[in-house]
Design a protein around this ligand. Structure first.
Ligand code: NAP
Length: 466
């Protein structure tokens, strides 16, 4: 029998999910010198790039330039793209196993960490993820509606996604008009009445999950005053001790930026962004129509757990905050893929260093792997996924070297091709995507914007028919 991983019989790999991690996985596979690999990448949307296209904020264009590297990977003759194909619906994992030696799941975290407080499901209470997907033109979210007639909004959580949401709510139309924000979102936000945004952290400045450039950027917006209360910016003894002990300069810098907002004179700007600390919403209030009209906040203090981290603990101090719009931004969560063992409480695929495992026995499932957020949870920046994908690829190549590899019945590339087109005649290839992308860029040039996105699959199909 011919050896797998040679010109005559390449290692056939399917990657499910065309976000950054999917591309890093493909790149690492192609870079290895010993094994000849072909990659078929599956993506449920017609478009690649995952969160770089539908997650990264439109006013952060530099971060998006990373897609050039993904296009270079896709240019490899051993790479094929199957967009608009939903693994689990159009084709099952079991069916795919008949065609590939190895399958890698890089599907990210497609839903939200739940927040269980009374009223969280009221009208005008949304997850930040929905708002982000909406303003970025994700085809599944174009019909979402956000009540921007409200003057006061709250964002729960102080991670970088909370920063993105707060900025988009506070940016002027002029600031947004030069970005690739979805056209309908630009239009809706240009009529926004939101004037005050309260960003709510349950712990203190030292523990805030956002990074320094992001919190600094809040103060650099064209028409926004940032407000931080002196007593909330002041560090408690435990946080101060942590900061001193760790000599963590990055966190010190972040705290300095937060504290620099204290007492800053208001300029009369059109937006006011309140960065709050040591408060937790415990309940959302509604009017008779079931809409949010406010929330109850409890104040917290920090205590040290046995593991040494500082956690929030309620104290006997409460306040009511009047807000008509709420975004919970407390983290993402992975979605199970039918046929793949899923850790329900962690929201990730059961795995060890990227090898999918059977939870009970912890034995690897032959031929199944995972990388990125669906492997480790929704943490880190885009670049964090590169070493993460490398760890998985090392396991894949080691398993092949040691003969732990599947023998698919139909490894020839045409077999899966035929099956996909039977199931999804509107499958997008990479060349199709590049055509759509070129058209988006051309539309953008006319408006001095990086691109004007197509936001429905039908619109994208129409481009291909031109
Ligand atoms: P995140 O960084 O994990 O932040 C989640 C926030 O929610 C934390 O402040 C957390 O507070 C808070 N939280 C969790 N449960 C809560 C609860 N029950 N009540 C109140 N607050 C709660 O998540 P993210 O903002 O979704 O970002 C995900 C990842 O993407 C992060 O690694 C982030 O850095 C990255 N990202 C990066 C950029 C960028 O580089 N510009 C932009 C967007 C996202 P505790 O810390 O107290 O748990």
């Amino acid at each position: 029998m011919t050896q797998i991983g040679t010109e005559a019989q390449p290692l056939r790999v399917a990657i499910v999910g065309a976000g950054p991690t999917g591309f890093y996985t493909a790149e690492h596979l192609f870079r290895n010198k010993e094994v000849v690999v072909t990659v078929d990448m599956f993506e449920r949307l017609p478009t690649p790039y995952g969160l770089v296209r539908y997650g990264v904020a439109p006013d952060h264009p530099k971060i998006k330039s990373v897609t050039k590297l993904y296009d270079r990977t896709a240019d490899n003759p051993r790479f094929r793209f199957f967009g608009n194909v939903n693994v689990g619906e159009d084709i099952s994992v079991e069916e795919m196993l008949a065609h590939y030696h190895q399958i890698v799941f890089t599907t990210g975290a497609e839903t939200d960490r739940p927040m269980n407080i009374p009223g969280i499901d009221l009208k005008n209470s949304h997850s930040a993820r929905e708002f982000v997907a909406w303003y970025n033109g994700h085809p599944d979210y174009v019909d979402y509606e956000f009540d921007l007639t409200q003057e006061r909004a709250a964002v729960i959580g102080v991670g970088n996604v909370a920063m993105d949401v707060a900025r988009i709510l506070c940016r002027t139309t002029e600031e947004l008009a030069t970005t690739d924000i979805a056209d309908y979102a630009l239009e809706a936000l240009s009529h926004s009445k939101v004037r005050e945004v309260f960003v709510l952290g349950r712990r203190g400045p030292v523990q805030a999950a956002f990074t320094t450039p992001e919190v600094k950027e809040l103060g650099e917006m064209a028409d926004t005053d940032v407000v931080v209360l002196a007593d909330e910016a002041e560090l408690d003894a435990l946080s101060e001790a942590d900061l001193t002990d760790s000599a963590d300069r990055a966190t010190r810098r972040k705290v300095d930026v937060i504290q620099s907002y204290v007492g800053k004179p208001l300029t009369g700007a059109g937006h006011r962004l309140h960065l709050r600390f040591l408060v937790s919403p415990t309940e959302l209030y509604s009017d008779d129509a079931g809409r949010v009209v406010g929330m109850k906040l409890v104040h917290n203090e920090l205590y040290r757990t046995e593991s040494g981290t500082l956690r929030p603990r309620q104290i006997d101090k409460f306040e009511d905050l009047t807000v008509g719009l709420v975004f919970r931004s407390i983290g993402y969560r992975g979605v199970p893929i039918p046929g793949v063992p899923f850790h329900d409480s962690w929201g990730i695929i059961h795995n060890q260093e990227g090898r999918v495992i059977v939870p009970e026995s912890r034995e690897p499932v032959l031929g199944l792997y995972t990388a990125g957020w669906i492997k480790r949870g929704p943490t880190g920046i885009i670049g964090t996924n590169k070493p993460d994908a490398l760890e998985t690829v090392k396991c894949m190549l080691a398993d092949l070297a040691e003969g732990r590899v599947r023998q698919p019945a139909r490894p020839e590339p045409e077999a899966i091709d035929n099956l996909i087109y039977e199931r999804q005649p509107h499958c997008f290839r990479y060349a199709d995507w590049l055509k759509v992308k070129a058209e988006e860029i051309a539309r953008g040039e006319a408006q001095n914007r990086p691109k004007v996105k197509f936001t429905s699959v039908d619109e994208m199909l129409a481009v291909l028919e031109k």
